[in-house]
Ligand binder design. Structure first.
Ligand code: ADP
Length: 429
C-alpha cells in the first residue's frame, strides 16, 4: 500500500490541533488576566510593593522633601503619608493615618515587631516603613501590583475547562478507530481471521486498518495452504505406500517396491529441504562469487539437457552472495521451467551498472494473472491438480524470494497463459 501523504497524516492533524489550542489558550489567558485587572478591588502584591517602596524612599529622602515627594508619588502611582514629630504630610488624605491604623490590634503588634512591613488595609496592601526620623505609609494606586482576584481565576478556569473538554472530544474522535483496531487484533489473536476493517481514512490508522486486513487474509490463506499441504502430503505418501503394501502382499519385484520407496523419500526430502532453507535464512554465508560460473555449474547439474540455453553478457560477473542459497534459487527456477514447459529455456545474465540481472525464460504453459499475484506465497500452487503431477508443494518461489531479498535483490515474474514465463532477478554487485 502506498505511504500516507503528509497532508492526511495524524501527525499533521495533531500538530494543527496543538497549535490551535495553544493560540486559544494564550488568548484566554490574556483576556482572562485583562478582565482580572478590571473586575475586582485589588489586593496589592507585597513583593512588588517593596521594590516600589525602595525606589520612592530613595528619591524623597528622610525626612522627605515634600515637593519632590509629590512628584515621585505622582510618577510612581503611589500615595504616601509621612509622620514625624516635626512633619506630618500626605500626598492624599485618603492614606490612613498612623492613629487610624493603630486602632487595629494586629497592626499594633506588627508595628512593635517590625520596622518595615506590608499590611492589608481595606482590600489593599500598604507598606509601613519606620525610619529613625519618622514613619512612611505608602499606598500604591496603579494596577501594576494587582494580584489575580478570585473571579478572574474562575473565568480562566472555565475557559480552560471548555478548551480541554473540546480537546478531549476532538482527540477522542481522531483516535476512535483505535478501539476497532484493538478489537480486530484481539480477534486475530483468538484465531478468527475473518477480519474486514473499514479503512476509509487516509491517515496512519486507515493504513493500519488496511494492513491488518491484508495480514489476516494472508495468515488465513497460509493456514489454508498448510492444511491443504498436509492433506496433499498424506495423500501423496499414501499412494506409494499402498503400492508398497500391495507389492509386498503379491510378492512384486523388489525394483518396483524400491521405486515407490524412493518416491516417498524424495517427497519427504524436498519438504525438509524447504524448511531447512527457510529456517537458516538469517545466517547467510556471504562470499565473493562469480555469478556466471555459479549459474553455469547449476546448469551442468542437469547433464546435457539440450533445452537449457545459457547466455552471459560477460565472461565473469562478481557479486557477494551465499553460493549454496543462490544455487537453490537457480535450481528452483530451472526446475519450474523444465516442469511447466517442453520447449527451450533461456537463461541470460546481463551486467547492469550496479546490478547483475538474471533471467530464466520458458515458453511453457504460463501462469494466470490471478495466480501470479500469489505465486510467491508459501505453499501456493497455481493449479493443485496440475502441480500434483509435477510434484511440487508451492514452496520453491517463496524460498527464492526470501533468499533474493536477504541478498537485497529483487525477483519478479511475468507470465502469460499458454505463452510462457519469465523470471527476473536483480542482484546488487
Ligand atoms: P512448486 O514446487 O509447486 O513448483 P513454486 O513455488 O516453485 O512451487 O511454484 C508455485 C507455482 O507456480 C507452481 O505450483 C506452478 O503452478 C507455478 N509456476 C512456477 N513456475 C512456473 C513456470 N515456469 N511455468 C508455469 N507455472 C509456474
Amino acid at each position: 500500500m502506498a505511504g500516507i501523504s503528509f497532508k492526511s497524516s495524524i501527525f499533521l492533524k495533531l500538530t494543527l490541533i496543538v497549535i490551535l489550542f495553544g493560540v486559544l489558550f494564550n488568548l484566554s489567558l490574556f483576556y482572562g488576566l485583562r478582565s482580572a485587572s478590571d473586575l475586582e478591588p485589588r489586593r496589592d502584591f507585597p513583593r512588588m510593593l517593596r521594590s516600589v517602596e525602595r525606589n520612592v524612599m530613595r528619591e524623597v529622602g528622610d525626612p522627605p522633601d515634600t515637593s519632590v515627594a509629590r512628584r515621585v508619588c505622582y510618577e510612581s502611582e503611589v500615595d504616601m503619608r509621612y509622620v514625624s514629630d516635626s512633619l506630618k504630610w500626605s500626598s492624599n488624605p485618603e492614606v490612613p493615618t498612623l492613629v487610624e491604623l493603630m486602632n487595629d490590634p494586629e497592626f499594633q503588634i506588627r508595628f512593635k515587631e517590625d520596622n518595615r512591613f506590608p499590611f492589608p488595609y481595606k482590600g489593599k496592601f500598604l507598606s509601613v516603613h519606620r525610619t529613625p526620623n519618622g514613619v512612611f505609609i505608602l499606598l500604591p494606586l496603579g494596577s501594576n501590583f494587582t494580584f489575580l482576584p478570585q473571579k478572574a481565576i474562575i473565568i480562566l478556569l472555565l475557559l480552560m475547562s471548555v478548551l480541554l473538554i473540546s480537546l478531549y472530544f476532538i482527540i477522542r474522535k481522531l483516535f476512535s478507530p483505535v478501539k476497532m483496531l484493538t478489537g480486530a487484533v484481539r480477534q486475530i489473536g483468538e484465531g478468527n481471521y475473518n477480519v474486514n476493517l473499514p479503512h476509509k481514512s487516509k491517515d496512519e490508522l486507515g493504513e493500519l486498518a488496511s494492513s491488518i486486513n491484508v495480514m489476516s487474509s494472508k495468515i488465513k490463506s497460509q493456514i489454508k495452504s498448510k492444511e491443504q499441504l498436509l492433506l496433499d502430503v498424506s495423500h501423496e505418501l499414501r499412494s506409494p505406500l499402498t503400492r508398497i503394501k500391495l507389492g509386498l502382499e503379491v510378492d512384486s519385484p523388489k525394483d518396483k517396491i524400491n521405486e515407490d520407496v524412493m518416491e516417498m523419500e524424495k517427497m519427504i526430502n524436498d519438504l525438509l529441504e524447504a524448511y531447512k532453507t527457510e529456517s537458516s535464512m538469517d545466517k547467510l554465508n556471504i562470499v565473493e562469487t562469480d555469478l556466471t560460473k555459479l549459474v553455469k555449474d547449476v546448469i551442468n547439474e542437469y547433464g546435457d539437457d539440450k533445452r537449457l540455453k545459457f547466455i552471459s553478457s560477460r565472461e565473469s560477473i562478481n557479486i557477494k552472495a551465499d553460493t549454496e542459497k543462490m544455487r537453490t534459487v537457480f535450481r528452483n527456477l530451472i526446475d519450474n521451467s523444465l516442469k511447466y514447459s517442453s520447449d527451450t529455456i533461456n537463461i541470460e545474465i546481463t551486467d547492469r551498472i550496479d546490478k547483475a540481472e538474471i533471467k530464466v525464460k520458458d515458453r511453457g504453459i504460463g501462469i494466470s494473472d490471478e495466480d501470479l499475484k500469489n505465486i510467491f506465497e508459501p505453499f501456493y500452487r497455481a493449479d493443485r491438480s496440475r502441480s500434483r503431477d509435477t510434484g511440487g508443494f508451492g514452496l520453491g518461489l517463496s524460498i527464492c524470494k526470501r533468499i533474493i531479498e536477504a541478498h537485497r535483490g529483487s525477483i519478479s515474474i511475468v507470465s502469460r497463459l499458454s505463452e510462457g514465463t519469465e523470471a527476473t532477478i536483480l542482484l546488487p554487485k
